[in-house]
Design a protein around this ligand. Structure first.
Ligand SMILES: [Zn+2]
Ligand SMILES: [Zn+2]
Length: 213
């Protein structure tokens, strides 16, 4: 049943408590579920904004992998519940080798992107909050577009040109109070007018991409 979302392995959180550390584990079933629901036409949560991810995965299934973390990370005084990273970004030497070995042991390959989700959050989150976190992390796998908004394809691979995308809006409340809104906040306000409902969870504030990378 694709409607039932995947839950983290029950022993991951228990084991982490025993060793008093954050444990990580591959989340293969989470990836399958995201592909079926978000990245497949006709899927319940299908969003054409992520079609480039589907295309890249179709070409190479190792493009994207998912992992569970046993609990949230704390970084710069923020709770991090999810993170999307470009694997081996800015790294070399043994650090790169060690991470590649870890990826091969988990996934049998080295993915281009890795999305890590807090298993403890997943255990207690509503479906709506959980799906919002997944949606958020998927948006971090951006695609280059030309002035007309058309996807740019690589001349070498023939595939969409992807990059680790930042958040659309990143401001401080005080900045707006003192200096007014900018075009990104203006756009946010326009979209918000038509948004379906107000969420109690601020997912961007719980995402590690700004504070951990
Ligand atoms: Zn984020
Ligand atoms: Zn920032």
């Amino acid at each position: 049943m694709e409607q039932i979302r995947p839950f983290p392995p029950t022993d991951l959180i228990d084991q982490a408590e025993e060793v008093e550390a954050i444990l990580l584990a591959p989340a293969v079933e989470l990836k399958d579920w995201v592909i079926a629901n978000w990245l497949t036409i006709g899927g319940q949560l299908h969003n054409p904004d992520h079609d480039h991810i589907a295309e890249l995965l179709h070409d190479d299934e190792t493009f994207l992998a998912f992992a569970w973390a046993s609990s949230a990370a704390v970084s710069k005084k923020r709770m991090v519940l999810g993170q999307c990273e470009k694997v081996m970004f800015n790294q070399g030497g043994w650090k790169k080798a060690r991470q590649e070995q870890q990826m091969r042991e988990w996934f049998g390959c080295v993915p281009v992107y890795l999305i890590t989700i807090d298993a403890a959050f997943c255990e207690q989150a509503t479906d709506r909050d959980f799906c919002r976190l997944i949606e958020h992390e998927l948006y971090h796998i951006g695609v280059e577009r030309d002035a007309d908004g058309e996807i740019i394809y690589s001349d070498v691979t023939g595939l969409p040109k992807h990059y680790l995308a930042g958040h659309d809006v990143e401001v401080f409340f005080g900045e707006i109070r003192q200096h007014g809104i900018d075009s990104s906040v203006q756009r946010l306000l326009e979209i918000a007018k038509n948004a379906p409902f107000v969420s109690e969870t601020n997912i961007a504030a719980c995402c590690g991409n700004c504070v951990m990378n």
